[in-house]
Design a protein around this ligand. Sequence first.
Ligand SMILES: CSCC[C@H](NC=O)C(=O)N[C@@H](Cc1ccccc1)C(=O)O
Length: 612
Amino acid sequence: MPTPLPLEELVTLPITMGLTVSPDGEQVAYYDNRSGRMELCTLHLRTRERRQHTSGQAPATPRSAPVWSADSRELFLAWDHDGNERTALHVLSLDTGEVRALHHQPGSMDFPVHAHPDGTRLLVNSTRGGQMNIWQYDLTRSGEDAWTPLSTQPNSTQAVAYSPDGRRISLNTNESPDLRNLDGYVMNADGTGMCRVLHLQEGTRESVGHWHPDGTHLTAASDAAGHGRAGRLDLTSGEVQWFTPEGGPDDTPGRISPDGQWLSVTRNADSTLTPLLYSLDTAVPRALHLPLGLSSGTQYALGHQLLVGHTTTTTRADVLLYDLTTDTTSTLIPAEYGTLHPERFTPGQYIHYPSPSAHDPQVQVPAILYVPQGLNPADRHPALVHAHGGPTAQFFRTFDDEVQYLVSLGYTVICPNVRGSTGYGTPWRDANLRDWGGRDLQDIAAAATYLATLPHVDPARIGLYGVSYGGYLSYLAPVKHPDLFKVAIPIVGITDLHQLHTDNSRDIPQLAYYFRTMMGHPDEHAGLWRDRSAITHAANLKAHMLMLHGANDPRCPVNQARGFRDALNATGKHEGQDYEYVEFDDQGHGTADPAARIRTTRLIADYLARHL
Ligand SMILES: CSCC[C@H](NC=O)C(=O)N[C@@H](Cc1ccccc1)C(=O)O
């Protein structure tokens, strides 16, 4: 039999989040939890001196990366409380260690984007006016007077960066009635003169990003060719030079190097990521000599190095520095293992399984499959389908401590990139438009059918779990396919699309917008929305269910779980007997806090031991 991993040790191994290189390239700021909770830290890249700047003030689950001041002496931060996502701006002085809260309108979400080169202003994406829009925060003022709106668009609008001379801003929004559309814009730093600079066709998603150091070009992205392309936009001629070949791989642009020679790009293929560079002179791609596995990172450091994270399904994330002059790597922040040797972890196998239907008989779904080592071949064993969130997201071949723990308990786990996932081109990503709980759910059902064909899996003991949109599918699958799953564990999931849209429109308007881009307008598509809400079909539930939800979740509010619980009770089901229900008072939409993660994972493992 497999040997259970020690859960407490596994989950308390330190993680690093939000790494951001300073404008002078000398330091990196990040959050890590090696003290037992998330703290803001900086690391000097030459001396490797680490400094911890907070002791208890940072949120348990930071929602955005730190933003440096132009002189690399201050950090701007977005902090919330207990996962409520009402992120308020704070500024930390690296000289004095003082943390100061900036003015915040209760209820709004403020995210620092970029500090102006003159040190007087901060570019902020904020919901303080309703929809997510661009604001200027004047650091020389206080109170409401510090805030000036730079955009007042009806659709979600987000700034990327000031130009190097501080006179312009790159941003992205959609002014077309086709909600899937996205275009790139530039405006003056005072919000005047907003002008569309990148638009290929109606309905495709184009965006502009970071600036060339001489201010003449912007990085550019488009999905119009059916996959992500990276390029650069010449702001004088309006022409785009695409580096990713048409019909080629899925690329996302990063940044232009400080010497103006390279564009860093992240290539997404087969559930893995690889950074590469395009020469801005020759357009020739340059591969990096990185270890096998998943690598990501597009930020430059110390002038000629790239900051790269590296992981595999059996190795935790190391932070590396890649020297572009010598093509060599050094380890900046090594992953920690405590007493656990990486050989104790189970490698994920990259597979495809069939998900045939009358319309699409040939569909093959990519997935990562974890089969426990040392199972008794004479027995049949339980297995789990893991559904990811988003839905515009995906599973990668990275280290997943929760999956490793469940596999070490003897569960086979499949992590499918169902239709609607990113990383497999635009048609795959868009296959669940106006179809949440349709093709994606079919692929979840097909994952269970596939598991049932594995000789070591017991077809009567298949479970399903997932977080957020994965929680949505974990509620919906057992009511739409009542005989497939023995148990389901929706975590911060969705059960009622209309209620979700009402609540998101009030609390996270940019998320309500994202929701409409995918599922249309709630009134126009009311029948579809009701059919794709688990609450409508609660009476069909046969599987045993464990519902987990953070009481402060503003993204998928706790009334989603409470409503489904009430609907189950109305059909004669009983808590404790037919389902279990747990709310976490100190949590929002998931948590990075080790103690909370241990509690949740233990609840899941105990529940599975009793019911699967
Ligand atoms: C990376 S895909 C986008 C994630 C999405 N955020 C968008 O701004 C998100 O939070 N999705 C939730 C599920 C959800 C979707 C739509 C409306 C409310 C919740 C998630 O899966 O985390």
